[in-house]
Design a protein around this ligand. Sequence first.
Ligand code: G1P
Length: 290
Amino acid sequence: MTTIRKAVFPVAGLGTRFLPATKAVAKEMLAIVDKPLIQYAAEEAEQAGIDTLIFIVGRTKNSIIDHFDKAYELENELALRNKDALLKIVKDTVPEGVNCVFIRQSEALGLGHAVLCAEAAVGNEPFAVILPDDLIYNDGDNCMQQMVDVYSKHKASVIGTQTVDMSESDKYGMVGGPKVEDRLSMVDEIIEKPAPAEAPSDQAVVGRYILTPAIFDILKTTERGAGGEIQLTDGIAALRKSEEVFAYSFEGMRYDCGSKIGYLQATVEFALKHDELADEFKNYLQALDM
Ligand code: G1P
């Protein structure tokens, strides 16, 4: 298999950092300007050539299922009023030829467990994992497109990484290994949320992965790790004992939309790029007396 057709979106988390906004609405449905985080993630996958979107949802995530479903009443209403541009926006949440699969993760046992829930839907082929909290913007090829290119060349698992301040190592999976080419390293070590002194380097895992299906059998026997959860990071640490795994330092800007400050930064910067809003919003910011 030389191409990546399927992407897994683990979206069962409770989103406690955004309560009460996330009491009744999935955190992935929070909008950056006018588009929910989950849709940015879906579009990144689609642009990378992926045609099957597999959402691992929790009990309280029905808004995500609704978002990617047909909205009959709304579509009829918009059609009657000749609101063609809006109708297109609503219909395009799932473009032609793209399929959505929804799987319930009945217990919140961690990211590794969420990915394992996708096994039957993925089958025996390499697949992408996208964490919608990590919103990544790039002017050229998006992050997943870049990673699909790396996969096509090396036919091995690829993890998206970026440089972080060592003091933040305990927020991320941290990787270490020798550089093989521009932006690409081997993963020799990968540790979930180590203290700065234990981190193998300053390269942090962000929420983009391409994994070979060998990860599934490994995750079945992966024990609970950091935070008492079944960690994808621990599964990848085991995977690299039998296969090469690469770390790819993507081109682009990542916003940690799982944190309030990252969410606000993304909101401001996406508004400043928005076709309808950019000028007015820029004027507003300039006029703020701070
Ligand atoms: C997860 C992963 C971690 C990764 C991070 C990126 O952690 O477990 O390895 O660095 O996403 O956002 P979480 O942020 O869900 O605690």
